[in-house]
Design a protein around this ligand. Structure first.
Ligand code: SF4
Length: 240
């Protein structure tokens, strides 16, 4: 069983090709720019069996032939058992599988959990990992949680030679900074499994959800990055 926020049948930005996207419910992070605060609460949304989700996906089989399935969130790895189960079925059907994650749920000291991740890797073709920040204090300030686990997760995927895309949200006062971007690039250069780096300019699309949920939006006065800043960030990070 899994708690699901929603489905999107023709996603084109979360992995290669046209994809069926499953948005899971529950996330322990509180990114100040999060545009899906309605996915934060655990054990909310609608509960589906893995088979029910598979049946939703398979209706679109012809459309996602050259793409695949991406599990996003929320934080999908909160429900890792469900991910292993679903992807095992999808790989038998030869469907490309991708997880869009912050890496926050990884814990290298928990042997049983690492075994589950090892299993997940066997049935996952691609991980899209958000690199929220590269500096410890700024990471906590921006997301509410320490950077250690996301960095361990990326290093773990690298040690397993698993393909990843790295995503950076460009936001003034945090990542839109030559020093920060350069340190990010230095970290990325230590990895051999990064197939693509993407820069996503900060946007304000989720603001109304905060109003509906009665939560203050921390970035109310934050401006979107300028075109030249986006180009500069892409150049520094070697992004497409
Ligand atoms: S990790 Fe994603 S879902 Fe969670 S708070 Fe950050 S942006 Fe929102």
């Amino acid at each position: 069983m899994a708690f699901i926020h929603s489905f999107e049948s023709f996603g084109t930005v979360d992995g290669p090709g046209v994809r069926f996207i499953v948005f899971t419910q529950g996330c322990p992070m509180r990114c100040k720019y999060c545009h899906n605060p309605d996915t934060w609460a655990f054990n909310h949304g609608k509960e589906y069996t893995t088979q029910e989700i598979y049946e939703e996906i398979i209706k679109y089989r012809n459309y996602i032939k050259k793409g695949g399935v991406t599990i996003s969130g929320g934080e999908p790895l909160v429900q890792i058992d469900f991910l292993i189960e679903l992807f095992t079925i999808l790989k038998k059907e030869n469907i490309h599988t991708c997880v869009d994650t912050s890496g926050i749920m990884f814990n290298p000291d928990d042997t049983n959990l690492v075994k589950k991740y090892d299993k997940l890797l066997e049935v996952t073709d691609l991980f899209i990992v958000d690199l929220k920040h590269i500096d410890k204090e700024a990471h906590i300030d921006l997301t509410g949680l320490p950077i250690d686990r996301p960095i361990s997760f990326i290093n773990y995927l690298n040690s397993k030679d698993k393909d990843i895309w790295i995503r950076v949200v460009l936001v003034d006062g945090y990542t839109n900074d030559v020093g920060v971007l350069t340190r990010m690039r230095e970290f990325i250069d230590t990895l051999s499994n990064v197939n693509r780096v993407e820069v996503l300019p900060y946007h304000t699309l989720g603001v109304n959800k905060y109003k509906e949920l009665g939560i203050d939006y921390p970035f109310m006065d934050k401006k979107k990055p300028l075109k030249e800043d986006i180009l500069r960030a892409k150049e520094i990070l070697g992004a497409r």
